[in-house]
Design a protein around this ligand. Sequence first.
Ligand SMILES: *Cc1c(COP(=O)(O)O)cnc(C)c1O
Length: 466
Amino acid sequence: MGGLAELRTLPSVDQMLKAPAVAPLVERHGRVVVTEELRLVLGEIREMVRSGGLIPDADGVIASLVSRLDYRDLSNLRPLFNLTGTVLHTNLGRALLAEEAIAAAVDAMREAAALEFDLDTGRRGERDSHLRDLLCELTGAEDATVVNNNAAAVLIALGTVGGGRQAIVSRGELIEIGGAFRMPDIMERAGVALVEVGTTNRTHARDYRRAIGPETALILKVHTSNYRIEGFTAEVSGAELAAIAHEAGLVLLNDLGSGTLVDLRRYGLGKEPTVREAVAEGADLVTFSGDKLLGGPQAGFIVGRRDLIAAINRNPLKRVLRVDKIRIAATAATLKLYRDPDRLAARLPTLRMLARPQHEIRAQAERLAPEVARLLASSGHRVEICHCSSQIGSGALPVDTIQSAGLRIEAASGSALEALAALFRSLSRPILGRLQDGALILDLRCLSDESEFLKSLSEGVGHALA
Ligand SMILES: *Cc1c(COP(=O)(O)O)cnc(C)c1O
């Protein structure tokens, strides 16, 4: 006992701040934060002593302070291992950028750049000019513009072309993309009246033709990239829709969603329509995302007819939805990689991960399984190598899965499995797998740094299971 009397020996915040061991903490975290955390640590110790605990020694106090400061410093945006099997995971930030894009973004962050300044004439330039030529070159379109994301691209394109009038869209394409993004809501916000045609599974050319009236401004085609209707289905091709629209003097807007710039079959994946194809079919405007299959930063692109792009650029919303210099730099660097399709899979992480052959992933699983089993052995978890299926994610090729390999971890009970998943999430570099059939599956398709993975695991597991 005697704890209460001992409380007087507990150093004050001011004394602690002068302690040599605290100086480097102040250097790193700043005096304000260290003072705040010290107060909390000392307060907790007083509480503990009052309820019969002992006063920790100086090292113990410092250790609590350090772990509080470290915890406070941890960011939810810290790097993690995405072993969910979904390569373009919207909740995990979608595409990982190519080194070329990262370097360009870093330069743009650190230095001034001619963002809206024409170095040739010395006059004011245009923000979009850094991307326009590249986008036209890669898609065959006449003109191009860029906004914050593809949802924004759809919003501004619809509002500019169809504001106050009607847009015809197939009932089979009125999609919800996730979160709060539903096509009908976006259309309403854009001030466009929605005219639904056809049925969920079948829409014909005559359905579109019949719906055209004096108030019609455009036909909207939406690539139903996150689901597929199978069986007794009919949809009207982009080329046919373009013909129907143009006959009636209307605009065809094709929202491709993921929108790839290359034929993915070249890399062993399924067929997704390319932007170039959509343009060639006759769409007047095509919208697509920067951070889905394209593998760049978040952005929304609109390519197509020059007069329509010019009208979009004059829309005041364009200023609201504009993209900053960091993303413009990274986007330009990403797009440039597409000029050399032979080296694309080696340079673009998204494509590299998607194209990674199963035998390579399996070999990695074989290397890692014994190590992971050893780390988890004392806690009674069983680790084995498994087949699994990855998916592209973010709505591309929804029913195509990619054969992959990974580790399957089984626990003694459901709650032990949940606890293990929670432990993995709490690591300084979290490991995210997916819970499936009573096991935690770690799909290794997106794992490149094996030693960092093992280090993270051994640190965390060592702490928790020690
Ligand atoms: C993903 C997607 C969108 C939204 O794109 P973001 O880049 O997420 O804003 C719109 N339309 C389709 C068809 C999509 O697949």
